[in-house]
Design a protein around this ligand. Sequence first.
Ligand SMILES: [Zn+2]
Length: 138
Amino acid sequence: MRIDLGLSMPRLVERLRLGVTDGSVERWEKNLNRIGEPRRTPITCTRQEPVNEPTTKAHMVAVGTGSDPGNYDRLWSLAEVLTAMDQGRTFYAQGEIPGNIAGVEKYLCPSCTRMHIRSSPDAAAGNNLDNIRRCLSR
Ligand SMILES: [Zn+2]
């Protein structure tokens, strides 16, 4: 069950030590089960440019996806994300707290008149695309 979720035992133990209760891990599992569809892809980190601008001005240029909230398995360019969305894949922002997720939507930026992505309006601070961690270089 836990292996299916891609959550390694050391990582789980670490979370439990951090004070995440069994109850919230269970809720997280239920949330993931309810999502159910493999084509819902968790975004665990982002890259925005220009990097020195506040996130309200910068654009999402790449996102990382994976099963581990603190890391990424694959780095997607913005164009790849937009294409995948057009093909029916949905993305959601995965905050560092298990179960803390929010939808991701496309939008036409009025300044540069190009398509970009952002968190859906119901996102909370912890699962907002602007607030999840930056993708590190490899
Ligand atoms: Zn723009």
